[in-house]
Design a protein around this ligand. Structure first.
Ligand SMILES: [Zn+2]
Length: 384
């Protein structure tokens, strides 16, 4: 048996994220060594794939796999802080076995629809170690330090420090301006600024209110006994506060949501960190009743759009393909822009090597997102 084979397909995706007929792929195991269009190289055994579309795997740039156990627990239309309350109340009730099984199921389901890489946020040091050793998981792991007041923020820092001493394969990160204290910001900046940070930013208009010390988030923190008026935040917008504590000086910045970012916020970010990526989690925003009014401003900014799903608390699956379909339905982005955000732009931004990208065949699909999303379970090239 020849270890290299050329598979010829009906439709493939170019590096510019256009669909094109007659692709070929040189496959070894599940690795695609080379690919192109038209006549394949002669020196290999050539085989024909069933009709359909081959796409390189999709990148989910924002997930919380740990929260897969929260599926169907947050009613549609719940408020951001209601979600926070439900997660807080139910998480302690679940066994580690339940949490882990839900996580594995969610990863497998997403993979069946072509998602192979995650930028995942974990809340517990125990779960982040579980993911590290889980063969089904592929991606970057962030340990999120939650805690807005002392001493709970200090306790989380101590735990993160302890784990970093023995394991340097994850990134410590903060939750958000309102979820992590200035002390945690300083800790993460010192530990990780040459690497990568993932931060929820301006997800809902409540975060604008929060900067003025009013509204739902302030009330929520008060209920948790976590409300503090941190000196560092006074009189500053969320973006300016993050800038002032050095949280924007990272090599790779994943700014999650920006759904409520105003033009002035996007202008500031474009000035301070034009190299940053922003991650849209559209179905999750919809679930929480958050409407976006800044599509055009973001599209014209230098910030690179990537695609995320957030968690199963606010989404039905972790599939980026299903996310693309939902964004496409808004009529704001072209198919090409969306497919690029889920593939080549993400590989480049996250430095994912091309020989690490599995390719998926959607049998019987036509070359468009709608048809791909309706084609059913995909097959990995090399796994046929
Ligand atoms: Zn999130």
């Amino acid at each position: 048996m020849n270890i290299f084979e050329v598979w010829r397909g009906e439709w493939g995706l170019t590096r510019d994220a256009d669909f094109r007929a007659d692709p070929w792929y040189i496959v070894s195991g599940k690795q695609v060594i080379d690919s192109g269009f038209g006549k394949p190289p002669k020196e290999f055994i050539s085989r024909q794939l069933p009709p359909g579309v081959v796409v390189p795997g999709f990148v989910n740039a924002h997930s919380h796999i740990e929260l897969s156990c929260m599926k169907d627990k947050i009613p549609f239309g719940s408020h951001l802080t209601e979600m926070g309350g439900i997660i807080q109340a139910s998480r302690g009730q679940m066994t580690s076995q339940t949490i882990r099984q839900a996580a594995v199921d969610a990863i497998h389901e997403a993979e069946q629809y072509g998602t192979f890489f995650f930028c995942d946020i974990c809340n517990s040091t125990e779960f982040i170690r579980f993911l590290r050793d889980l063969p089904a998981f592929n991606g970057n792991r962030y340990l999120e330090l939650l805690g807005f007041s002392s001493p709970s923020d200090l306790q989380r820092i101590a735990k993160a420090r302890e784990l970093l001493d023995i394991d340097s394969t994850f990134y410590p990160t903060v939750h958000s301006v309102y979820g992590s204290s200035p002390l945690q910001m300083h800790f993460v900046r010192e530990k990780a600024r040459h690497t990568s940070v993932s931060i929820h930013l301006l997800e809902s208009p409540d975060e604008i209110d929060f900067q003025y010390d009013r509204g739902e988030i302030v009330a929520f923190l008060k209920r948790l006994g976590q409300h503090v008026k941190h000196q560092e935040m006074q009189g500053r917008s969320a973006v300016d506060y993050l800038h002032s504590v050095g949280m924007l000086s990272f090599k790779k910045l994943l700014l999650i949501h920006l759904s409520a970012a105003r033009t002035e916020d996007i202008d500031r970010l474009s000035d301070y960190v034009p190299h940053a990526a922003w991650v849209i989690c559209h179905r999750s925003n919809k679930h929480l009743g958050i409407d976006r009014a800044n599509w055009e401003t973001l599209r014209h900014s230098p910030l690179k759009m990537l695609i995320g799903t957030d968690s199963l608390a606010t989404n039905s699956d972790l599939s980026v393909l299903h996310e693309l379909r939902a964004i496409l339905d808004e009529g704001k982005y072209s198919e090409r822009d969306l497919l690029r955000a889920a593939t080549w732009d993400a590989y480049e931004y996250l430095e994912i090597k091309s020989n690490r990208i599995p390719h998926f065949l959607f049998k019987g699909a036509q070359p468009n997102i709608e048809s791909l999303s309706e084609a059913g379970v995909a097959t990995t090239l090399g796994g046929l």
